[in-house]
Design a binder for this molecule. Structure first.
Ligand code: NAP
Length: 272
């Protein structure tokens, strides 16, 4: 379902134009706020009707906002989002929609596993493929992909999620290299644990990581937005996460997998 600003006059307002996925809550909503504050008109998308509430708040910042309620794990959902752009040139694509999934792999429902893979990887890549081709033709554009430091370590009790983020972190660098000298930049936002609805949605609230203090999503988004605007290749948010990323790069995978267990094993949180 596509909902446009009531005051939309026409397609081209002369302002820059950004697309933000997963913008109903959390990091994506804050990324959309960064875009609105910088004067971008927006198309924002998420799977549930809360995206329209987010659109109302963003419109109040003085830009035009179109809200798309679509399941971005599907080709049809991404096509619906793409059709809402109405051919307008995209200056910035912030591919942020994603979801996690806690518990042991063999105890997870396979439909949920597939939904994580299709949201985090298939839908993200399909959207980037469509919008990226136009950006390359135009010779300019900014792409931000929300990866994660989770991509640096085997995710015991979040195995599929960490695998999808390893894919995105890796993919982001390859695409950036392919687009070198094209005028299009690709930035990977590698956040660590951030205070959003992610952990509740992923059924991780009985775990240490679900219960620990986390980074502010507004701060995480600001760092990602600035890195994207500057055309940087990556940003790891916060000094603790920078340290974790550095340690991960020199630690054997088996040790990382055991360390991950202590954060995400069901029941590892102190509050039950
Ligand atoms: N929170 C963290 O600690 C953390 C750390 C590193 C990276 N990240 C990444 O940051 C991104 C944003 O997550 P968040 O922490 O801000 O969590 P969040 O508050 O749960 O936000 C996730 C957003 O993605 C949307 N979404 C999920 N599946 C979708 C689908 N199939 N189709 C359309 N929209 C979908 C959600 O909308 P609906 O509710 O409508 O589905 C929501 O807007 C994700 O890619 C996540 O992997 C998070």
């Amino acid at each position: 379902m596509i909902t446009r600003s009531p005051n939309q006059q026409g397609r081209d307002t002369g302002r820059q134009f950004a697309v933000v996925t997963g913008a109903s809550t959390g990091i994506g909503y804050e990324l959309a706020r960064c875009c609105a504050a910088a004067g971008y008109d927006l198309v924002i998308a998420a799977d549930e009707s809360q995206i329209r509430t987010a659109a109302d708040a963003l419109e109040a910042m003085g830009v035009e906002v179109t809200a798309v309620e679509a399941d971005l794990s599907t080709i049809e959902g991404v096509d619906e989002l793409y059709s809402a752009l109405e051919g307008r040139r995209v200056d910035a694509l912030l591919a942020n929609a994603g979801r996690g999934l806690g518990k042991a792999f063999l105890d997870q429902n396979f439909a949920d596993i597939r939904h994580v893979i299709d949201t985090n990887i298939t839908g993200t890549l399909y959207l980037i493929h469509k919008v990226g081709q136009q950006m390359r033709l135009d010779g300019k554009g900014r792409i931000l992909i929300t990866g994660s430091i989770a991509g640096f370590m085997p995710g015991t009790f979040q195995a599929v999620y960490n695998g999808t983020k390893a894919f995105l972190d890796n993919f982001s660098y390859a695409l950036r290299a392919e687009l070198k000298d094209s005028g299009v930049t690709v930035t990977c936002l590698m956040a660590g644990a951030t205070e959003t609805e992610f952990f509740e949605r992923a059924d991780l609230m009985d775990t240490k990581i679900g219960q620990q203090k986390k980074m502010d999503p507004a701060e995480v988004a600001m760092q990602g937005f600035e890195a994207m605007t500057n055309g940087e290749g990556e940003v790891v948010t916060g000094w603790m996460n920078k340290m974790r990323a550095a340690i991960s790069s020199v630690t054997p995978s088996g040790i990382l997998a055991e360390a991950h267990r202590s954060m995400t094993e069901p029941g590892s949180g102190t509050k039950q």
